[in-house]
Design a protein around this ligand. Structure first.
Ligand code: 5GP
Ligand code: ZN
Length: 112
């Protein structure tokens, strides 16, 4: 499958890995938008939030637990932001569902 994040997970394309288990993979974003900016993705290729089903949605809870663990390990005790861009208007550019985690400074809101 011609998917950038599947290739990073398999090691075909190099990525700066932070964490991996049997279900998820976490790596630093190549174009960081905050002092700390990493991505957490399921190893299963799910295109976006719109392709979640009762059968595969359990992974999202696991991803949030992994995010909390990594955030603690990286010293983000003052907080962080989790972002999921879904579809064209949501700004999704890689069609493999992923959660951005941004932190390391106070973040502005709203993001528009
Ligand atoms: P999206 O815009 O789909 O929500 O997020 C895609 C993210 O993937 C962007 O923040 C972009 O910087 C990141 N990205 C794109 N290509 C690569 C790459 O080859 N390696 C890594 N580590 N991140 C990438
Ligand atoms: Zn993929």
């Amino acid at each position: 499958m011609d998917c950038l994040f599947c290739k990073i997970i398999s090691g075909e394309i190099p990525g700066k890995k932070i964490y991996e288990d049997e279900k998820v993979y976490a790596f630093y974003d190549i174009n960081p938008q905050a002092p700390v900016h990493f991505l957490v993705v399921p190893k299963e290729h799910i295109k976006s939030c719109n392709e979640l089903t009762p059968e595969n949605a359990e992974i999202i809870g696991h991803i949030f637990l992994v995010i909390a663990k990594i955030a603690k390990d990286l010293g983000l005790e003052k907080g962080y932001r989790i972002v999921n861009n879904c579809g064209e208007d949501g700004g999704q550019t890689v069609d493999h569902i992923h959660f951005h985690v941004l932190g390391g400074k106070p973040l502005s809101w709203p993001p528009l």
